[in-house]
Design a binder for this molecule. Structure first.
Ligand SMILES: [Zn+2]
Length: 429
């Protein structure tokens, strides 16, 4: 490490107790999504902090008339996005956007700690969002703060966005998706994006698997249960559809394996699962409709069109056997795989920063989708990575926590990335 890097890391150490207190305060606001509770409280808290640190802040709210579309599970509750901008003292340069979501999944059961207590016990901070990803928000604030407290010169500008609704996906959404649609995050105003989702202290996220969720309804014909031959049994047709998927499609999907490292080991192949099934009205009525929902995950370079067509083909093959079958399809969520080149400047800067901290960087994608899909497919910004302080181990689980050490180390890595990309251009002459 050089002198500037050491100064910045020392500044993070000096900020550690402030960071812990901020994370505790963030966890104590229960921003549970769905439906999206206490969002305004959280944004007011974060805005107050960033105002105090000298940022120009702005709250961008989704207009009421768009709420049913952008936040269908939101029960009409407000969807505020917080933006905070700060320019470096050394003049224009790299325009970095740092994004994190402040919503958390519901606490669920089996907690031995208060999920919204932010308790600090034996070096661990507990609570829903400790990993995913209020610690990321804390890290992005204090990484910038460390540069300032260390007194190092930096150029360009940093824009933070604290967004809602990452956890409820959606082809469009009220958080990062809305900011991209509005042009708040665009290729014209942004040179690179870091999303502070947790991929482990040595992990650099460069994408995610694709996802296709939908429902098929199979239609037959009702008849008296004592005379099945007079009807067309939609439940039995659905069973045949699932069996075909099991024997014909799934073996193919298991062969489609990506060589990329997955954040969750074992998720390297394309997958398909059928998750709900609903059909029939009574045991003495041959059912005339049956609906099954599915969840298909795609590995690069699979496409959504291909994934849909493979399912349609199974149903059409079944129709050859039973021409009276009719079916319809309703799509609920679709995102293609996202993958950026690990040679992009931010990914390279992150790899160097992780090495500076004595670790070996691991470049990976996640099985689940995240907001990078909007940044890459919507805004067209490929210089984008995910780096956050937490190890992913307890996200979405009971007794979710992050250690103080992880929070501090992850913030140092982030600060070192910033130090590199926000470096002032060398004075000419
Ligand atoms: Zn997350």
């Amino acid at each position: 490490m050089d002198e500037r890097q050491r100064a910045v890391c020392a500044a993070v150490d000096a900020l550690a107790s402030e960071m812990v207190e901020t994370l505790q305060a963030f966890i104590r606001v229960p921003t549970v999504n769905p439906p999206g509770e206490a969002y305004e409280d959280f944004v007011a808290l974060a805005k107050g902090l960033l105002d105090g640190l000298g940022y120009a802040t702005e709250v961008v709210r989704v207009p009421d008339e768009l709420l049913p579309t952008l936040a269908p599970l939101g029960e009409g509750l407000p969807r505020p996005n917080l933006l905070a901008r700060l320019a470096g003292p050394a003049g224009p340069g790299f325009r970095l956007h740092i994004n994190g979501h402040y919503d958390v999944v519901p606490a669920g059961h089996d907690w031995t700690r208060d999920p919204f207590g932010g308790e600090l016990i034996d070096g661990r901070i507990y609570g829903r969002g400790a990993c995913d990803m209020k610690s990321g928000l804390v890290a992005q604030i204090y990484a910038v703060e460390a540069l300032r407290r260390a007194g190092v010169d930096w150029a360009g500008e940093v824009t933070h966005s604290f967004v809602p609704d990452e956890e409820t996906v959606g082809n469009r959404n009220a958080g990062t998706g809305f900011l991209v649609e509005q042009g708040v995050i665009s290729r014209e105003n942004t040179d690179g994006v870091i999303i502070t989702e947790p991929f482990g202290l040595d992990g650099i996220g460069v994408g995610h698997k694709g996802a296709l969720w939908g429902a098929f309804t199979l239609y037959g014909r009702q008849a008296h249960g004592s005379a099945p031959h007079l009807g067309v049994n939609a439940v039995e047709l659905a069973a045949r559809f699932l069996c075909r998927a099991e024997s014909e499609l799934k073996p193919q999907l298991r062969q489609r394996r990506t060589d990329l490292l997955l954040a969750t080991p074992g998720t390297e192949t394309a997958t398909l699962s059928f998750d709900t099934i609903e059909g029939g009205v009574a045991t003495n009525v041959i059912p005339d409709r049956c609906t099954v929902t599915f969840n298909r995950r795609l590995v690069p370079p699979e496409t959504l069109d291909q994934a849909r067509q493979e399912l349609f083909d199974l149903l059409e093959a079944l129709r050859v056997e039973e021409p009276r079958l009719r079916w319809s399809y309703e799509e609920r969520y679709a995102t293609p795989p996202t993958l950026v080149d690990e040679q992009q400047p931010l990914a390279q800067a992150a790899a160097r920063a992780i090495r500076e901290m004595g670790m070996t960087p691991r470049v990976m994608i996640s099985a689940g989708s995240h907001d990078q899909r909007f940044v890459v497919h919507g805004a067209g910004i490929t210089n984008s990575i995910l780096y956050g302080p937490a190890s992913n181990d307890t996200s979405h689980q009971s007794d979710e926590y992050i250690t103080v050490e992880e929070l501090v180390t992850g913030t140092k890595v982030l600060a070192l990335i910033l130090l590199e990309v926000l470096q002032p251009a060398r004075a000419s002459g």
